[in-house]
Design a protein around this ligand. Structure first.
Ligand code: SUG
Length: 446
């Protein structure tokens, strides 16, 4: 692969027509708080499209990851027989909780779709994608196979790409994808350091809710061809997991040579951040720009509610960086987090020059901010060309317009979580995915 040409493509996850607030993720503060509220799937999808459009405006190559078919019927078919509609009606009567788990639109959080290791970092110079098994929560576990099928369809025909199947959960491997991975490199096209953040290595005292195991992170690093200098494993601070930091991207965000992180993110505290800086210098010969947010600047609780760290930092074509932050950063705590961000923007010691606020409230109410909705994939021009040739996922104006029309036609604009029991919703989803399969040239229906 010609590494000079590697640039980042940002895949944005599109929410589906069943987007709702069932409170399925207990360790996720926003999802728990909003349990039972009424969602607006149409608005959720339009907000994600707007995020993709913003990325395009900033000169970033954006792409779309489509929703999955929900309710997911195979586990229900093990218990109920009959036509699809009959299966849904029986499940709704018998076990609404299970039906709700099968109905989540959680595949929208593309940061959990896979872990990406860039070609310049890997021993074999290939782009490696490992579809996440998302084993911890049942409503997310069911995403893994369909995600793997879609990623294989998108990247399978591009040269120098390896798409790995979800890790084997039976071996105790629990993996939540890129939300627990940060790639640090002087430029996207240069070899970088891959920081794998995990929640548990099995030590007593690790939170039961920890979603990422060290063994899973190590397996991803190994099969992606990273050598010792290319990978670093850092443990989350168990205390912050208990405060709602269910993924690393709730408390840290990076882009190229910049790391923005809360001082309490890791088990080893600031010593762990120093370890990242040292490994980065050893790997790249450069100095990492580390922006450490202290508890006095923003508490963990404030970080969890504003999703300050769940921002995206992107490099614009002219080399300047932009932050895309959720509107909650300026709306909550009288704008405290926004002032902190503004101070970062004004600081000449880092390349961050712009802040953009994105209204992603529909997703945010389930604990999914700008960083959760994206999967970053460093790709060569040849790989991008291959993806363009075989599929229609790159977010050009035509695709964004066509998606908007489909959303307007097929998405409800109000949904109570129990309404997933309505078989008509399944029909809507099926019709949408049938049309999306053709539009995006992807195998979305198995
Ligand atoms: O896994 N929420 C997701 C949010 C994922 C956010 N992703 C990242 N941080 N990268 C989760 O907790 C809530 C669904 C519900 O309750 O209906 C949910 O699954």
């Amino acid at each position: 692969m010609d590494t000079d040409q590697v640039k980042e493509v940002i895949f944005v996850g599109l929410p589906g027509p069943t987007h709702n607030y069932s409170g399925l993720a207990r360790d996720n503060v926003a999802a728990s708080l909003n349990r039972g509220s009424t969602s607006n799937p149409k608005q959720a999808a339009l907000q994600a499209l707007e995020l993709a459009r913003l990325l395009c405006t900033l000169g970033i190559e954006a792409a779309i990851l489509p929703p999955q078919l929900r309710p997911h019927l195979p586990p229900l078919r093990e218990r109920y027989t009959g036509r699809d509609e009959e299966v849904i009606i029986q499940a709704a009567r018998d076990d609404l909780e299970l039906l709700e788990k099968m109905s989540s639109s959680s595949a929208m959080w593309a940061a959990n779709a896979a872990t990406i290791v860039a070609g310049p970092d890997s021993r074999d110079h290939k782009l490696h994608l490992t579809s996440a098994n998302l084993h911890t929560n049942m409503h997310r576990r069911i995403e893994a196979q369909a995600t793997h099928r879609v990623l294989s369809a998108i990247f399978g025909d591009a040269e120098h790409c390896a798409v790995h199947a979800p890790l084997d959960a039976a071996k105790g491997l629990r993996d939540e994808g890129a939300a627990n991975h940060m790639r640090l490199a002087p430029q996207h096209a240069q070899a970088g350091l891959n920081v794998f953040v995990y929640g548990t290595d099995g030590s007593p005292g690790d939170p039961e809710t920890a979603r990422q195991t060290l063994a899973a992170s190590k397996q991803v690093a190994r099969q992606s061809g990273l050598d010792e200098t290319g990978a670093l494993f850092v443990k989350q601070n168990p205390a912050v997991i208990r405060e709602g930091v269910f993924h690393n991207d709730v408390i840290a965000v990076s882009n190229a040579s910049v790391l923005l992180v809360h001082e309490q993110a890791y088990g080893g505290g600031k010593a762990d951040i120093a370890r990242i800086e040292k490994a980065y210098a050893q790997r790249t010969g450069h100095t990492l720009t580390t922006l450490i947010i202290g508890d006095g600047d923003l508490s963990v609780e404030e970080a969890v509610h504003t999703y300050f760290f769940n921002s995206q930092i992107v490099t614009r074509p002219d080399g300047r960086m932009a932050i895309i932050a959720p509107v909650e950063v300026k709306d909550l705590y009288a704008g405290k987090a926004a002032r902190l961000m503004e101070a970062i923007r004004l600081d000449p010691g880092n390349p961050i020059a712009e802040i953009h606020f994105a209204d992603l409230r529909q997703s945010m109410n389930n604990g999914g901010g700008p960083a959760c909705l994206r999967l970053r994939v460093p790709m060569s021009d040849a790989q991008i060309a291959a993806v363009k040739k075989h599929t229609n996922v790159l977010a050009d104006a035509a695709l964004l317009t066509q998606l908007r029309l489909l959303i307007e036609a097929h998405y409800p604009n109000s949904l109570e979580s129990e309404a997933v029991a309505d078989p008509a919703l399944y029909r809507r989803c099926l019709t949408l995915l049938t049309e999306l399969s053709v539009l995006m040239k992807l195998p979305l229906l198995g």
